[in-house]
Design a protein around this ligand. Structure first.
Ligand code: MG
Length: 362
């Protein structure tokens, strides 16, 4: 029996490779919650989730004080049962970010175990749609960069074979946002995809005004224009513009996605495997989006999302933000702007123990 004998958690601070600034924050370090689950077969699954700099210790406490003690003795194959048991045990803090992030670290470790046991890579274990997925580049589009730097970055991304580039918006003056986008569009031509991201910084009225000013930049999507809990605002915006509205990175439950999709407020779904609570709920959101004929282009966490996007038929794009190169032995394989889903059993992340130990803070 693959019974769980031990479960441990650690907090690892991973430095960012590039300064990342958007309309509301700067991403200075990734707090990484690492969970290891061992079974009596002699297997150990490693899972993880993250924050972009705050709250990591709260997630660690949730894991150590409440969730991990429930694991020993459980059959590790019963992933749905374990997920639901842990979720229900934390009623007072659900639906919420801390619980979802903690659940994700456990759930991804269970999927790693599943893959190790069956000797299957995640992309096939989770569905097996296609072995590689297109990438778009976010690393050259941060808000603090000048127009010249944006243009230079977009052209470099194009040279490297990326199919799209994302630019942050939310400058004080609408004219600044517009001129930055038009300069990039002019440089890259009409065929390459250009996305924008406002990181929830706008009101509905302002987003409608900005979307109108952006229309002739031929945008592929307008990401997180409003606070994530403003579903009706997103619905009004989606009604008013031809630009697809992309949401999902700040949502922590399947039901939130249902509300957005049901109201026509999401043209692209960006479900994040850490924030939704792991691979188990991620796949449910992806399949729900498929039922609404909506594409999935997950947020961040490229190293896991390549396999998940490759697993489902409506997975369209993965966001290129390398983050684990400092703590892994192998890099994600990229060919002509496409990421190749790892073919090794489990999550396919080859952690470097020494480098993780060096960065472990709790
Ligand atoms: Mg975003």
């Amino acid at each position: 029996m693959p019974v769980i004998t031990q479960a441990t958690a650690a907090l690892v601070d991973i430095e960012v490779e590039t300064v990342r600034t958007d309309a509301v924050q700067s991403f200075l370090k990734q707090e990484t919650l690492l969970v290891e689950i061992s079974t009596d077969e002699g297997l150990t699954g490693v899972g993880y989730s993250y924050t972009i700099g705050t709250g990591g210790r709260a997630v660690l406490a949730m894991l150590r004080d409440h969730l991990l003690p429930l694991l020993p003795g459980q059959d590790s194959r019963n992933v749905e049962h374990i997920w639901t048991t842990l979720f229900r045990s934390t009623r007072a803090t659900t639906v919420g970010a801390i619980t979802s992030l903690a659940l994700a670290a456990v759930d991804t470790a269970l999927w790693d175990l599943r893959g190790l046991r069956s000797q299957s890579p995640l992309w096939q274990l989770a569905g097996g749609y296609r072995p590689e997925v297109p990438l778009y580049d976010t690393e050259g589009g941060w808000l603090h960069l000048s127009t010249e730097e944006l243009v230079e970055g977009a052209l470099a991304s194009q040279q490297r074979g990326f199919r799209g580039v994302k630019i942050k918006v939310g400058k004080e003056h609408i004219a600044d946002d517009r001129s930055r986008l038009l300069a990039v569009r002019e440089a890259i031509g009409q065929e390459m995809h250009l996305m924008v991201d406002a990181n929830q910084s706008m009101t509905s009225a302002e987003a409608i005004r900005r979307a109108r000013a952006f229309e002739d930049a031929n945008l592929f999507w307008f990401e997180e224009p409003l606070p994530a809990d403003d579903v009706s605002g997103h619905a009004r915006l989606a009604e008013s513009t031809s630009i697809p509205v992309a949401v999902g990175e700040s949502m922590y439950s399947i039901a939130q996605f249902r509300d957005y999709l049901h109201r026509g407020a999401a043209g692209i779904v960006q479900v994040d495997v850490a924030r939704i609570g792991g691979i188990t709920p991620w796949l449910k959101v992806a399949h729900l989006a498929e039922a609404y004929n909506v594409a999935v282009c997950p947020h961040f966490l490229m190293e896991l999302h390549v396999s998940l996007t490759a697993a489902v038929p409506n997975g369209e794009y993965v966001e290129y933000i390398p983050q684990l190169r400092g703590v892994t032995n192998t890099e994600l394989e990229i060919r002509d702007g496409r990421a190749i889903a790892p073919n090794t059993p489990g999550l396919g992340i080859d952690w470097n123990r020494d480098r993780l130990d060096d960065r472990t803070v709790a």
